[in-house]
Design a protein around this ligand. Structure first.
Ligand SMILES: [Zn+2]
Length: 271
């Protein structure tokens, strides 16, 4: 399927559209023949709901897409339910999941940028751009993205994996962290690895990237080689870290995140 992002909605409300409906960051999905999908309806009234705010997203194979936010009290119809986006990764169509990831960020941005951060006046949405402007002080706000690096560090035939405190030691993964103002991605990779496990790296190479809407990250993946140091973890972030050969890997992330793609890449190289 092909998605074209757009900002300006059609003049006439379409007969049917894809509706990405959010309630507290949870997405409304419809159960159909044992699988889940996004409701294709004319409007929210059709399913007994009233939107708080509505945004136009673009077209998916020519069909218009909207996102909306609804009140906590709204009850979905029997065949539909609100579910966490992360948990829908395996069951929802990949294109729809990806648009939903974009939609959840636009909904949250719209909700939190109703007023100017500088002077407090109400903002206005721009017509041809995904932006909100404050007329009195001319401050323009765009949806915020937080870039984060994620890196697979190799030492001979071993991969560096750490057990982040946020997974309570049950899952091991490659290291990751947010880019700070003024940092290049390479500087960030070197800093994060040094801070989290006390290791120096060299030969930092770009691997790939992935939007990660939890809440508004862009994950930028790298590979790197060990250059020096002994493992010494920062206990506030990492419970334990070590070098692992391909035949002795601990529990690692099971979904198709970029962390998993980096680990799969290591496995392919060392089988
Ligand atoms: Zn202002």
């Amino acid at each position: 399927m092909s998605f074209i992002p757009m900002v300006t909605p059609p003049v006439m409300q379409p007969e049917t559209a894809w509706w990405f409906v959010f309630q507290n960051n949870k997405l409304l999905v419809e159960e159909k023949d044992g699988s889940v999908t996004i409701p294709q309806i004319r409007n929210l009234q059709e399913i007994g709901m009233t939107p708080i705010r509505k945004q136009y997203l673009g077209t998916l194979d020519g069909q218009h897409c909207y996102s909306v936010e609804v009140d906590e009290q709204m009850m979905p119809p029997k065949t539909m339910e609100f579910r966490g986006l992360r948990g829908l990764f395996e069951s929802l169509d990949k294109d729809l999941w990806s648009i939903a990831g974009q939609a959840v960020q636009i909904v949250a941005w719209d909700q939190t940028h109703q007023f100017c951060g500088s002077c407090g006046q109400a903002t206005e949405s721009m017509e041809k751009e995904r932006a909100k402007v404050c007329q009195p002080c001319n401050l323009t706000n765009y949806p915020r993205l937080s870039p984060a690096i994620i890196v697979a560090v190799l030492k001979d035939n071993k991969l560096l994996l750490g057990a982040p405190t946020r997974y309570e030691g049950e899952i091991y993964s490659v290291l990751a962290g947010f880019v700070e103002p003024g940092e290049s991605l390479e500087t960030c990779v070197a800093r994060e690895v040094e801070e989290e496990v006390g290791i120096q790296v060299k030969n930092i190479q770009y691997f790939g990237s992935q939007p990660w809407p939890f809440p508004n990250s862009l994950m930028i993946g790298f590979t790197a080689e060990y250059a020096g140091g002994e493992i010494n973890v920062d206990p506030t972030e990492i419970l334990h870290a070590d070098w692992y050969t391909v035949d002795k890997l601990p529990n690692f992330p099971g979904n198709a995140s970029i962390a998993r793609r980096l680990i799969d890449w290591f496995i392919e190289q060392h089988q």
